[in-house]
Design a protein. Structure first.
Lengths: 186, 186
């Protein structure tokens, strides 16, 4: 509770999240999720991906609506810039995952957030993807995330919020640790 | 060239890409790119990220327009489903990166594509992110990508296209190999 006795409200239903944790502890098979995307090539390097269904809690689930994402490298890669670049989508995933975590952890710790913003930078030597130098990796050489957070909390409490979000972040884990990807042609 | 003597056209300017490769081989510092995202917390687990500027070819660059992406877990996570889930953005990045690569490699190999689509599935035991079991990772336990490709090529040539796209894919590299991420609070 803040000093004004106004309940802390970051818009996160922590009771529901803790209820989900309890329910999934009792029924671990319900915690097995499968997230999906469908991608259709448009022209050149331009594609359109849709997100709608996923599997979880033991059954097929559906977002409230279909989300559609166009992707295309920028014009300097001889493309038409019909959307964000694929690697930029990875940064969006990381930014939104850490930010959702900051809000959820703040709510659980009864810290009122006023504003949260993050800037992300991912460095990449494109000599890798262009096949100039096979010793240079195709992906990011590193990513920097910088948060600006205004909250009813000390600087140390704010740093601890961000650290706990990192610890529980799915996308942070995906980027910092290896994941097996199989690619097949039907 | 196809048997009808119609030039292969997948909409990829391979000459420009090869020109870029030549130019960047001569001036390797121009190959140092930095991709960026800015994220603002909205409410609850809902955030909005924008993509606009990046650095490359030795100077600041800008997309043709600002791309904005709302992210939010679905309602079963006590959220409002105001956008795709952060981990789904990672699948979009992977799908679009591999698909752009398929088109670029096909153009370079003079294979006419008629249609390319991919379905992606990422498995995740949410016991990790919910803090039920610290031995379970937060991210995907594995990702499956399945392509359906209709092209003027044999099944083996199509499989080779996809394999070469994987080999040069930035996002495939990011997901399958570890990347350092630093997170700071200003």
């Amino acid at each position: 509770m803040s000093t004004t006795d106004t309940p802390v409200d970051n818009g996160v239903n922590v009771a529901a999240l803790l209820g989900a944790r309890e329910a999934l502890t009792a029924a671990p098979e319900a915690a097995q999720f499968t997230w999906r995307a469908n991608c259709t090539w448009k022209n050149g390097t331009h594609s359109s991906s849709t997100i709608e269904q996923f599997f979880g809690l033991g059954e097929e689930q559906r977002h409230r609506q279909v989300y559609t994402f166009d992707a295309d490298p920028p014009e300097i890669f001889a493309s038409e810039d019909n959307g964000a670049t694929p690697v930029e989508y990875v940064l969006v995933g990381l930014a939104s995952c850490l930010t959702a975590g900051v809000a959820a952890v703040a709510q659980n710790r009864e810290i009122q957030l006023r504003s949260v913003s993050a800037t992300l930078e991912g460095d990449m030597d494109v000599s890798g993807i262009l096949g100039i130098d096979s010793d240079i990796r195709n992906g990011f050489s590193g990513i920097r995330v910088t948060y600006d957070i205004d909250a009813d909390a000390t600087p140390d409490e704010i740093k601890a919020l961000v650290a706990q979000s990192q610890k529980r972040s799915a996308v942070y884990d995906i980027i910092t640790n290896p994941t097996n990807v199989t690619v097949e042609v039907r």
